[in-house]
Design a protein around this ligand. Structure first.
Ligand SMILES: *[C@@H]1O[C@H](CO)[C@@H](O)[C@H](O)[C@H]1NC(C)=O
Ligand SMILES: *[C@@H]1O[C@H](CO)[C@@H](O)[C@H](O)[C@H]1NC(C)=O
Ligand SMILES: *[C@@H]1O[C@H](CO)[C@@H](O)[C@H](O)[C@H]1NC(C)=O
Ligand SMILES: *[C@@H]1O[C@H](CO)[C@@H](O)[C@H](O)[C@H]1NC(C)=O
Ligand SMILES: *[C@@H]1O[C@H](CO)[C@@H](O)[C@H](O)[C@H]1NC(C)=O
Ligand SMILES: *[C@@H]1O[C@H](CO)[C@@H](O)[C@H](O)[C@H]1NC(C)=O
Ligand SMILES: *[C@@H]1O[C@H](CO)[C@@H](O)[C@H](O)[C@H]1NC(C)=O
Length: 509
């Protein structure tokens, strides 16, 4: 049968369209793990984004000079505190030492004179904070995310930032670097701006107050919070990231009711009792320091807490780190000392990890959704309620016969789900995460393995397969520069094996 001319032209047209469509498809669909075309363009030599973004105006400079003077003037007039057996938790420690929380020898020795000196200095700083608070600089009604990084943590930060963006969150991010030695051209001028993040160099403003000592690494977090331009701030550690869009946290309680939200640190040791006397806090409402993994802060409401927290940090190495036994920004305690409201999340942090060669190996922790925690109103375990989670029978009528007659099907309230993950015990640096074969990404016999156990458990606890997404991001980052590199090849192979096609098989090992 011969096709008439009309039909032939239709066939030709359809064919031509399909060829066109296919070539478009090949052209536009990016090949996997290849750098997007945009990022291969030469970086603009004209605008120096970091230099531009690290300029502080005269009012910020003046504020910093006054604050620096106040911090120096409120130095405790006593010798640096000492701990008898030499224990001080130092930042950057990979695993925190196991402590007997009640071991009194681990607290610093304080004489009555020391305590008086600390109390008087603390009072002096409280007065200064009252005077300085109205001048605290920030841009009104702005909301954003702040973190502080260094050369070493930037690869981890890029993974965390991509995890943040995958949640659909597009809040601006400010990345604080101590000085220009941590600055690298492609990261600050290209990679971070492509993720709506920018570098800010702290030393540019810090150098304006000449008398104050150069801050230690542990003090950069709190200074980043001080110099961030946002009013509503979410501080997130470089090793931490949200697994759901955190934007809603800014417009819902407890943020809107308290203006400061802190989370428990699963490893925190007990704070020294002396601290409460020095800071004039009546009862130890929060006996442990909070985690520095993430903090929500309304700068407008918590001006004084912020300044007092900076004081604890500035005099941390010689005094307050030893009393608080932590170098994390002590926001919750600063808020208690300034009589401002603070919401300390009560739901416990859960550990992320798995069993490896007979021992449990943690890679990090998961921190609860503050909004769900606020609604859940967790109980404290006590003689009337042994558990710290609600039970089915907690909503029942106290008289069993009436309860029986009511004939209800009762459900226990849902336990708050985690929203922030901190993966700090295994650093998600694409270049090194798989290098150490004894790490939990491999079995002792060398077989690749997920780091958080079974997929089903991850989905049950976190709501979706976060581990799969995380490895996807690690592969993306690890292959971004050079898709042919050994690091990239290993990551692709590893994740194909573990979260790829094998991920759907229930593995017995
Ligand atoms: C931006 O400015 C800083 C300091 O002035 C300099 O160290 C850096 O190399 C500049 N970056 C670019 C891309 O010019
Ligand atoms: C200086 O910067 C701060 C914070 O970025 C801002 O709130 C303030 O309005 C600025 N002051 C002037 C005079 O531009
Ligand atoms: C602050 O320091 C920068 C250099 O770090 C300098 O350019 C600027 O003039 C200083 N500002 C004041 C008010 O001292
Ligand atoms: C932050 O605090 C200020 C001052 O108390 C308040 O006016 C503002 O509504 C707060 N912002 C949010 C988002 O709760
Ligand atoms: C409620 O249930 C829990 C466990 O299901 C039990 O331990 C507890 O004793 C019960 N409380 C009362 C008051 O029956
Ligand atoms: C309780 O209610 C269910 C339906 O809601 C009913 O089937 C059941 O018989 C009731 N039990 C008693 C003891 O009344
Ligand atoms: C696993 O544990 C066993 C017994 O504790 C030990 O002998 C062995 O060295 C461990 N394997 C690795 C790879 O650490």
């Amino acid at each position: 049968m011969l096709a008439n001319s009309h039909r032939v032209s239709t066939v030709v047209r359809v064919g031509a369209f399909m060829v066109f469509f296919f070539s478009c498809f090949v052209y536009f669909v990016p090949r996997r793990y290849e750098t997007p075309a945009l990022l291969q363009e030469p970086v603009s030599q004209v605008i120096n984004l970091t230099e531009l973004g690290s300029k502080f105006n005269a009012s910020v400079v003046e504020f910093w000079q006054q604050l620096a003077t106040a911090l120096i003037e409120a130095k405790p007039q006593c010798n640096p505190l000492e701990v008898l057996d030499g224990f001080v938790e130092r930042p950057g420690e990979r695993s925190k030492p196991k402590l007997d929380k009640n071991d009194e020898r681990r607290y610093p020795e304080l004489t009555a004179q020391d305590e008086t000196a600390l109390l008087r200095a603390h009072y002096k700083m409280r007065r200064s904070a009252q005077h300085l608070a109205p001048k605290l600089p920030f841009s009104k009604d702005t909301t954003g995310i702040v973190t502080s990084a260094n050369l070493e943590s930037i690869p981890v930060l890029l993974v965390s930032l991509r995890m943040l963006r995958r949640t659909g969150c597009n809040l601006p991010v400010e990345v604080f670097l101590a000085d220009w030695t941590h600055y690298t051209h492609p990261i600050c001028e290209r990679d971070l701006p492509s993720l709506n993040a920018r570098c800010i160099i702290l030393s540019n403003i810090l150098s304006n107050a000449t008398k104050i000592a150069k801050p230690e690494d542990s003090q950069h977090k709190s200074l980043s919070l001080l110099f961030s331009s946002f009013q509503n701030v979410l501080y997130v550690d470089t090793t931490a990231f949200p697994i759901y869009d955190p934007t809603i946290l800014f417009t819902t309680p407890p943020y809107t009711t308290h203006g400061l939200v802190t989370w428990p640190d699963p490893h925190a040791p007990r704070i020294s009792e002396h601290f409460y006397h020095i800071a004039a806090i009546p009862a130890p409402a929060i006996p442990y320091t909070s985690t520095s993994s993430q903090i929500l802060l309304n700068k407008s409401l918590h001006r004084e807490s912020l300044l007092l927290m900076l004081y604890y940090n500035h005099h941390g190495p010689s005094y307050y780190y030893l009393l608080l036994r932590s170098s994390a920004p002590a926001f919750a305690l600063a808020a208690l000392a300034t009589r401002l409201p603070v919401y300390h999340v009560r739901s416990h942090s859960t550990s992320l990890g798995r069993w490896w060669n007979g021992t449990y190996r943690a890679t990090g922790s998961a921190h609860a959704d503050p909004g769900m925690d606020y609604e859940y109103l967790p109980p404290f375990s006590s003689h009337i309620h042994p558990s710290n989670v609600w039970m089915k029978n907690d909503t029942a009528h106290p008289i069993p016969s009436i309860e029986k007659a009511l004939n209800y099907t009762r459900l226990a309230p849902r336990i708050p789900r985690p929203v922030f993950l901190q993966v700090d015990l295994l650093r998600m640096n694409p270049a090194s995460v798989l290098q150490d074969k004894s790490e939990i990404t491999f079995e002792p016999d060398g077989t690749p393995h997920r780091m958080w156990g079974l997929r089903e458990d991850v989905v049950r606890v976190l709501g979706y397969d976060v581990e799969e997404r995380l490895w996807g991001v690690v592969v993306e980052e690890g292959c971004r520069g050079d898709g042919e590199s050994e690091v990239c090849r290993e990551l692709v192979e590893w994740s194909r094996e573990v979260v790829g096609w094998m991920g759907s098989i229930d593995r017995p090992w």
